[in-house]
Design a protein around this ligand. Sequence first.
Ligand SMILES: NC(=O)c1ccc[n+]([C@@H]2O[C@H](COP(=O)([O-])OP(=O)(O)OC[C@H]3O[C@@H](n4cnc5c(N)ncnc54)[C@H](O)[C@@H]3O)[C@@H](O)[C@H]2O)c1
Length: 258
Amino acid sequence: MAGPRPVVPVPVPGVDPTATRAVPEATVVRLAVYLRVLCALAEAGTPTVSSEELATASGVGSAKLRKDLSFLGSNGTRGVGYDVPRLVARLEATLGLDRGHQVVLVGAGNLGHALAGYDGFSRRGFALAALFDKDHALVGEQVGGTAVRHLDELDAVCAELDIAIGVVATPAEAAQDVCDRLVAAGVRCILNFAPVVLQVPDGVDVRKVDLAVEMQVLSFHMARRAAETIGDGAHELDPAAGPGVRVPVTENGPVVVP
Ligand SMILES: NC(=O)c1ccc[n+]([C@@H]2O[C@H](COP(=O)([O-])OP(=O)(O)OC[C@H]3O[C@@H](n4cnc5c(N)ncnc54)[C@H](O)[C@@H]3O)[C@@H](O)[C@H]2O)c1
């Protein structure tokens, strides 16, 4: 199974086609966020943006933003800021979005319908090439302009089209088998929505999306903030938290500190 990779070598566009710099994965994620903000600015016809404006709109500090963009060899002009169209092009090249990618989606249920019906992917260079399900009753249904095909066609479609990314939107118990089929069909990037950890061979990348985990992280921060606000204020015994455990009291009642 492929292990976690802290850094990603990326080409430095417009500088030297053979040059690469090790870019931390967290930076890669933020580059995608900057690109989303910049695309909105470009659509609004904004020619330039300061690092402070771009940082604020992206939810990061401006020093971090400048450091991230320095990986691209991209420096704004003092007093003018960054040229928006040029920075969009540079980020797209760095993220490999300038050539577009073909995507297949497996699982045409509630989530599959929502994903296939979202036009934001195509606007960002990801074309939904095919949508699969094992349920014969769904085969032929048009979802977001793409007809559902039976899973048995997966190999043939992947062989015919250059599929870059396979999206797994099946129930957890089917996800590993679907992943194995995608990998066997030559797909090297998997985006997994199912609540299960997928095993893949070396050379295959998996990213997992789990909104429940994100909400749990938010819940943790909420509980932390509430505890900090209370400080050394009122505490009371909470049998639910354990025998003898005192928890801070908020205006909404006791809070269990994680
Ligand atoms: N990551 C998240 O934040 C998030 C959010 C919502 C749902 N989910 C997960 O996404 C998955 C789908 O959720 P849903 O609500 O769309 O479920 P759903 O039951 O509506 O749809 C699942 C679809 O997968 C199909 N399917 C089942 N086995 C298959 C197989 N072997 N090959 C191909 N298709 C197969 C079913 O026929 C069905 O159409 C679940 O695992 C769910 O837990 C994740």
